[in-house]
Design a protein around this ligand. Structure first.
Ligand SMILES: [Zn+2]
Length: 245
């Protein structure tokens, strides 16, 4: 079964049928994190023992500072995919993230589904976010994660033209709507351990913000970040994405 989102994409990408891909293949290529059909993306290398913690949809005034405290407490660095409009509203928080040694990436300006967005708007979403982040942080942005993982060839092409590597993930659960820290941890550790058995590093997604409401509760996600570090710190190395490309 296609999810409602994937069904929407299926309806929206008729032009891609010209490439000769089956319709199911299009939805797969547009939405499935592991698909490389629309162009290569960074997920995780064959480096078992390495974990990248990545946090999407911030910065968030309520949750990001708590997360920074947790990461500092363990001396762990992470990657933050920031929503441009949130960054513009919280420039000091962006500077704190960078000053603490974390890596920041572009997560679009307003978090649309870029598989269904015009090429012109795709370019605006990515360019405006880069300009804002670079102005605040004073350094070029090298990584881009499409909202929902949704993409089509132009999305990846524009990202590369702007000097960014497109990034997806291989370990995610619905932490943004899961109140139980235990369940978030159980699902993520089973994915991480399975990747490990296959000889892969894990590119883990959690959310320190929300693209919909700034007041969203991210307590379970933040607690899960601390618990994951506790669980793996003795046996694994936590890296930022620039260690992999
Ligand atoms: Zn997002």
């Amino acid at each position: 079964m296609l999810s409602p989102l994937a069904t929407g994409i299926y309806a929206g990408i008729g032009a891609v049928a010209a490439l000769g891909l089956a319709a199911g293949g299009c939805a797969y290529a547009a939405m499935w994190p592991g698909s490389q059909l629309f162009g290569r993306t960074l997920i995780a290398p064959r480096r078992p023992g390495e974990l990248a913690l990545t946090f999407d949809d911030g910065p968030n005034a309520a949750w990001t500072p708590r997360l920074l405290d947790i990461l500092a407490g363990y001396d762990v660095r992470a990657t933050f995919f920031l929503v441009g409009s949130h960054a513009q509203a919280e420039p000091e928080l962006v500077r704190r993230i960078v000053a603490a040694g974390h890596l920041i990436g572009n997560h679009s300006w307003s978090h649309p589904n870029l598989a269904l967005t015009s090429a012109r708007r795709v370019r605006e979403e990515l360019t405006r976010t880069n300009q804002t982040l670079e102005e605040i942080a004073g350094a070029p942005v090298r990584y881009f994660r499409p909202p929902y993982g949704a993409r089509r060839p132009v999305v990846l092409r524009v990202a590369r033209e702007l000097g960014m590597t497109p990034v997806l993930w291989n370990a995610m659960t619905s932490d943004w709507k899961e109140p139980s820290v235990e369940r978030i941890i159980a699902r993520l550790t089973s994915k991480i351990d399975r990747l490990e058995r296959r000889g892969r590093a894990a590119n883990i997604v959690l959310h320190d913000g929300s693209h919909r409401e700034m007041a969203a509760d991210r307590g379970p996600s933040m607690a899960a970040a601390g618990r994951l570090i506790e669980r793996y710190k003795a046996t694994h190395r936590f890296v930022t994405l620039d260690a992999w490309s």
